[in-house]
Design a protein around this ligand. Structure first.
Ligand SMILES: C[S@@+](CC[C@H](N)C(=O)[O-])C[C@H]1O[C@@H](n2cnc3c(N)ncnc32)[C@H](O)[C@@H]1O
Length: 329
C-alpha cells in the first residue's frame, strides 16, 4: 500500500514535470518519491566489486550451452541477468518487484545491447505463472535477495516458491547454501545506537519504547567493541535442497573473556557454488553489507569461562536470539 502511494505520487510529479519542465518542486517531488521507493543501498551494492566478481565467477561456472532459461529474481539494475547473458545464457527472464527499478533495469539492459536475450518483468516472483509470464520452468535461478541478517529480504519465501513453481527439478540455484555465525558482543557504543538513559540531566528512558527488538545493521568495526565469545555457527540453510522451514535450536555461547554483554552480533556466509563463497563477516572490510546486531534490553556482566545458553530462532523473515535471563545475571 505504501509503495502504491509513492508510485501514484511519482506519476503525478512526473506529469507535472512534463507540463512544466522548469517546475523545480515537481522535480524534487519526483525525486523524493523515487527515493522512498528505491533504497540508497543499491549504489553501495552495485559498487561492491567483491560481491559482483563472486557472482560473475559463479554464474560463468554454472551456465552451460544447454542452459535453456535463466531466472533472475530481484533484478535490481539487471546486473545478474546481464552476467548470465554474457556467460552464454540464450534466454534470461528477470523479475523485479519495485516498478521504477524494473523500468530502469529494462533501460540498462537495452543500453548494454542485451534486450534480445533478457526480458525484465516488473512484478514479484511470487506472482509469476509458468506458461503466462515465463514460457517454461527455468533450469538456473540466480538471486541476490539477502540483507545483513540473511533472511530480511524474503530470501526463504522467494526461493521456496521458486523451487515449488518456477524451477525444473534439476535446476541449479545460485546461491546454493548459506550459514549464519554469531558471537556475544560487548559494546557500549553500539548499545547506545538503540537505547538511552539520560540526556542533559533528564531521565529519557521512556524513549526505549522505540528500541529495535530484533536486529539492525551495524558496521561493527566503526564502533569500539569486543567479542566475548568465539563466533559460532547458528543456522545452515540449504537453498538447493533443504526444507527451508522455520526452526529453533538451543545454543550455548562460552565466554572467552569477561565483559558486559550488550547483544549478539551475527553475519552470514553464502555459497554461490560449492567453491565460491561470500560473507559479510567483520573481517571483510570491503563488503557493502554491514553486520546484524540484536541488542539486549539490559546489558549484563559475563565472566570468562561462563556458558550462556539460549534459543536461536528463525522464521521466513528474520533470525533472533533469546538468551536465558538467568544466564545473563
Ligand atoms: C539486493 S537487490 C539485488 C539486485 C541485483 N540482483 C544485484 O545483485 O545487483 C534485491 C532486489 O530484489 C527485489 N526483490 C526482492 N524480492 C523479490 C521477489 N520475490 N521478486 C521480485 N523482486 C524481488 C528488491 O526489490 C531489490 O530490488
Amino acid at each position: 500500500l505504501r509503495e502504491r502511494r509513492f508510485e501514484e505520487a511519482l506519476t503525478h510529479f512526473e506529469q507535472a514535470s512534463v507540463m512544466d519542465p522548469l517546475n523545480e518542486s515537481a522535480q524534487v517531488g519526483a525525486n523524493q518519491a523515487l527515493r522512498a521507493l528505491v533504497p540508497r543501498w543499491h549504489f553501495a551494492m552495485l559498487n561492491d566489486a567483491g560481491r559482483n566478481r563472486a557472482f560473475n565467477r559463479a554464474i560463468r561456472a554454472v551456465v552451460q550451452p544447454t542452459t535453456s532459461l535463466v531466472l533472475d529474481i530481484g533484478a535490481g539494475s539487471g546486473l545478474l541477468a546481464m552476467i548470465a547473458a554474457r556467460s552464454g545464457a540464450k534466454r534470461v527472464i528477470a523479475c523485479e518487484a519495485t516498478k521504477p527499478v524494473a523500468e530502469l533495469a529494462e533501460a540498462v539492459v537495452a543500453a548494454n545491447g542485451l534486450q534480445q536475450r533478457i526480458r525484465i518483468l516488473g512484478q514479484s516472483s511470487l506472482e509469476l505463472v509458468v506458461g503466462r509470464d515465463i514460457p517454461h520452468k527455468a533450469d538456473l535461478l540466480v538471486t541476490e535477495v539477502f540483507d545483513c541478517g540473511l533472511l530480511g529480504e524474503s530470501a526463504i519465501p522467494t526461493i521456496r516458491h521458486a523451487r515449488q513453481s518456477l524451477l525444473s527439478e534439476a535446476a541449479t540455484i545460485i546461491p546454493r547454501a548459506g550459514r549464519v555465525f554469531a558471537a556475544l558482543l560487548d559494546s557500549e557504543q553500539i548499545h547506545r545506537l538503540n537505547h538511552v538513559r539520560a540526556a542533559s540531566g533528564f531521565d529519557v528512558q521512556l524513549f526505549n519504547r522505540f528500541s529495535t527488538l530484533r536486529y539492525f545493521p551495524v558496521r561493527l568495526n566503526t564502533w569500539r567493541h569486543r567479542l566475548l565469545t568465539r563466533p559460532q555457527k547458528i543456522f545452515s540453510f540449504d537453498f538447493q535442497y533443504g526444507s527451508l522451514q522455520p526452526a529453533q535450536r538451543e545454543i550455548e555461547f562460552l565466554a572467552t573473556s569477561s565483559g558486559r554483554a550488550h547483544g549478539v552480533v551475527f553475519w552470514f556466509q553464502l555459497d554461490l557454488t560449492d567453491h565460491i563463497t561470500i560473507s559479510n563477516s567483520p573481517h571483510n572490510r570491503t563488503t557493502h553489507w554491514m553486520q546484524a546486531v540484536q541488542c539486549f534490553q539490559s546489558p549484563t556482566l559475563v565472566k570468562a569461562g561462563q556458558a550462556i545458553r539460549g534459543i536461536a530462532s528463525h522464521d521466513d523473515m528474520s533470525i533472533w536470539f533469546d538468551l536465558r535471563s538467568s544466564c545473563l545475571q
